[in-house]
Ligand binder design. Structure first.
Ligand SMILES: Nc1ncnc2c1ncn2[C@@H]1O[C@H](COP(=O)(O)OP(=O)(O)O)[C@@H](O)[C@H]1O
Ligand SMILES: [Mg+2]
Length: 324
């Protein structure tokens, strides 16, 4: 039985249980472009930032997100709304709000432990599996609430594909790995299965290497091939969003290059949300980049701006390797 532990029930949307954060004193630090939000807030405003955002966070102050105006110009496949998460008493995500555009590659970067994987896992409710997790806020997939009561999590997960750091092919043939999502849906039509297998393997740039050995064990593939197989399996059910958590971190540079090319090709047809600790990779393959720090989303904008002309000095320090 999978449940998300939520306690208090302050409800401002029907069907959505929200948590009151354990901290009672929230101050809001205005950021560039955030004046309207600050003016609208009835929270006390800290007019001057002493020592920058990182110190403000260390002091426990609330910091908002610097979201570039260009982000709002595309239709969103996924919307994250005031999302908070605690592992027992420890808060790991703070008021995350972001809109992930359809048909684009969105990269999440930030130092190790800043909450990238946690946020990604929340999209398909994988954190439900952890007993101590409590959440507040919501996310929407193509407008549908992910966290409201009564969501069918199994159906929800079918609308997303997820690929992890380490390739995790199932101990079965290449063919059966790819068509697995259809098998569990009860599809038996051999022609349809064959078609999906070929289409997905082509989509994952693995068809040429695998077409003559479809019935061999997936475990006989190299690490890079296994990861492309996992991507083929993830796209076999034509998900609305593809979630990738550092998919290249266990791969050599050649395999990494192939996966990066593949992600670039999938763009347009698929919406991709990718966590990476590799800033060059984010710069190469993504359209937009989100910079997280200590559970906060500090800045979110077009990748080219995030890397060449970020709004926050903290982002600039991180992307130029001055910390993290
Ligand atoms: N299952 C868990 N239980 C308790 N704390 C966790 C768990 N998973 C992650 N954390 C903590 O949450 C924070 C964010 O972790 P994570 O999302 O893995 O960061 P990232 O992917 O950016 O490296 C870290 O402080 C980490 O120790
Ligand atoms: Mg991680």
């Amino acid at each position: 039985m999978m449940t998300v532990k939520e306690t208090t029930t302050t409800t401002d949307k029907p069907g959505i249980r929200q948590m009151t954060p354990p901290h009672s004193r929230i101050t809001r630090t205005p950021l560039v472009g955030d004046a309207a939000a600050s003016a609208a807030s009835d929270q006390p405003v800290v007019p001057q930032r002493d020592g920058g955002l990182l110190e403000a966070i260390a002091r426990g102050e609330h910091v908002g997100t610097e979201t570039h105006a260009a982000i709002g110009q595309h239709a969103a496949v996924l919307e994250v709304e005031k999302f908070n998460l605690w592992y027992a008493a420890k808060q790991a995500l703070f008021d995350i709000g972001m809109s992930i555009p359809e048909g684009k590659v969105t990269a999440m970067i930030g130092p190790s432990g800043c909450g990238k994987s946690t946020l990604l896992r929340c999209v398909n409710r994988m954190n439900d599996l952890i007993d101590t997790v409590r959440i507040g806020g919501d996310m929407r997939l193509s407008g549908d609430s992910i966290y409201s009561a009564g969501v069918d999590v199994i159906e929800l997960r079918k609308r997303m594909g997820m690929v992890f750091q380490k390739p995790n092919p199932f101990p079965m043939s290449i063919y059966e790995n790819v068509v697995y999502p259809l098998r569990i849906d009860g599809v038996r039509d051999r022609r349809l299965l064959d078609e999906v297998c070929e289409h997905s393997l082509r989509g994952a740039a693995l068809w040429e290497e695998a077409k003559d050995r479809l019935h061999e064990s997936a475990l006989s593939l190299s690490g890079g091939q296994q990861q492309r197989l996992c991507i083929a399996r993830a796209i076999a059910s034509e998900p609305e969003v593809l979630l990738l958590d550092e998919p290249c971190s266990a791969l050599d540079p050649i395999a990494t290059g192939k996966i990066e090319d593949l992600i670039t090709e999938l763009k347009g047809e698929y919406s991709v949300l990718i966590v990476t600790h590799n800033m060059q990779q984010a710069a190469r393959i993504s359209d937009n980049t989100a910079f997280m720090y200590l559970g906060r989303l500090l800045e979110y904008g077009p990748t080219v701006d995030m890397f060449t002309n970020p709004h926050l000095p903290e982002t600039e320090d991180y992307v130029t390797g001055r910390f993290g």
